[in-house]
Design a protein around this ligand. Structure first.
Ligand SMILES: C[S@@+](CC[C@H](N)C(=O)[O-])C[C@H]1O[C@@H](n2cnc3c(N)ncnc32)[C@H](O)[C@@H]1O
Length: 239
């Protein structure tokens, strides 16, 4: 496995990019019935969603590809369990709710991130969900903007600065996000760079795959207060 979301980027994500996970936690709490208590959080990152759901009384297992994310999550949320694995290799246990928050299915960290393997994954998740179980996730579509101010951005906070460029390939199916991070360590800044490639899925394609499996679908344009940007779509799929 190569390394993505290494320690500095993992910490920055945890510190300043958790609003989606926060909104999703609240939505899950609202949607879950009183007997739905087990959550499998695939692509659990630094454990923000797991921590909030554990505080609401859910029993949470998180799975993530990045060892640094898993380490952070274990320290932050000792009451949940975290496993390092690709979502495409993991054998999910029976559960009531499955979440994949923050474009998890799109990342090409694992070469298996394609339509065929995603179909197999959705089928596996359908089989393992308890009756009336919920699958909640979001993804990027080819409509995502890679021009204007989003194409080259500088984001700054007190202890880090990040330069991000976005680019779509000629087919419009692969997004490349080039991230250069300067993370403050005492009086100096430590530089790191990661290149994340993501597969863009058409809304109708994923909707079709899920409905063929037997899920009932609801499309979302936000998990809560913060609307998704153009080309970012959420789905609640009910078994
Ligand atoms: C944008 S972060 C979102 C993290 C978390 N869900 C949240 O909302 O804060 C995407 C996460 O997906 C994980 N990820 C990407 N591809 C994965 C894969 N194939 N298997 C497991 N985790 C994966 C990354 O390591 C990263 O932690």
């Amino acid at each position: 496995m190569s390394s993505f979301y290494q320690s500095d980027l993992a910490r920055v994500h945890d510190q300043d990019f958790s609003s989606l996970a926060r909104d999703a936690a609240y939505l899950i709490k609202k949607m879950a019935t009183s007997d739905q208590k087990t959550v499998l959080d695939l692509g659990s990152g630094s454990g923000t969603l797991a921590g909030l759901l554990a505080a609401y009384g859910f029993d949470v297992t998180g799975v993530d590809y990045s060892p640094d994310m898993v380490e952070l999550a274990q320290k932050k949320v000792p009451e949940a369990s975290f496993i390092r694995s690709s979502i495409f290799d993991y054998e999910p246990p029976p559960c009531d709710i499955i979440s994949m928050i923050g474009e998890v299915i799109c990342y090409l960290f694992d070469h298996k991130s394609d339509e065929q393997h995603l179909g197999t994954l959705f089928q596996k998740l359908y089989s393992t969900l308890n009756p009336d179980g919920l699958l909640i996730f979001d993804f990027l579509t080819p409509d995502v903007a890679t021009e204007g101010h989003l194409a080259r951005r500088i984001i700054e906070r007190a202890n880090w600065s990040m330069f991000v460029t976005l680019d779509k390939d000629a087919s419009g199916e692969i997004l490349t996000r080039d991230i250069t991070l300067f993370y403050k360590v005492e009086e100096l800044y430590r530089r790191s760079q990661e290149i994340h490639r993501q597969r863009l899925y058409k809304k109708a394609t994923l909707q079709g795959i899920l409905e063929d499996i037997g899920f009932q679908i609801e499309l979302l344009d936000s998990y809560g207060d913060e609307p998704f940007r153009t080309g970012h779509v959420g789905i609640v799929a009910r078994k």
